[in-house]
Write a protein that binds this ligand. Structure first.
Ligand SMILES: O=C(O)CCC(=O)C(=O)O
Ligand SMILES: [Mn+2]
Length: 128
């Protein structure tokens, strides 16, 4: 099979530095999942389990409209914390928190001055 095209070094470097600041040294992302949210769109509680090595963190970059990130426990039924995320925020989770259920509340209607009526989230991951 063909290898995935390389990620932009700018993004890989940002993710490495953000992960290190959060206590996860040596993180080298090899995948980036892009989510596009319109007003009203949500992401229901889930765990990120598609990666090979849960020892590697997830680095999440938020752009555009603000969102409320739900950061739950290891059971879907655990009551999640509400973490506000806005344009330019970078959120890292890993270690014992790597498999916490998480999601995003419905995006409130609005217009971001640079991004318009949308939120874009990039998650940098080590998939393989
Ligand atoms: O949009 C977000 O802030 C989270 C995205 C997410 O959890 C995912 O793509 O698995
Ligand atoms: Mn996720």
């Amino acid at each position: 099979a063909k290898p995935w095209p390389a990620l932009p070094p700018l993004l890989v470097d940002l993710a490495t530095r953000a992960a290190a600041q959060a206590g996860f040294d040596g993180f080298v992302a090899d995948a980036c999942l892009v989510n596009h949210y319109l007003p009203g769109t949500r992401l229901s509680l889930h765990q990120d389990r598609d990666e090979q090595d849960y020892g590697q963190p997830i680095v999440s970059i938020s752009l555009g409209l603000p969102a409320v990130f739900l950061f739950g426990g290891l059971q879907r039924s655990d009551r999640p914390r509400h973490i506000p995320l806005s344009h330019g925020d970078v959120l890292v989770w890993g270690g014992e928190d790597r498999l916490r259920f998480h999601g995003v509340l419905p995006i409130k209607p609005g217009v971001h001055p640079r991004m318009g009526e949308r939120r874009i989230n990039l998650t940098l991951r080590k998939a393989g």
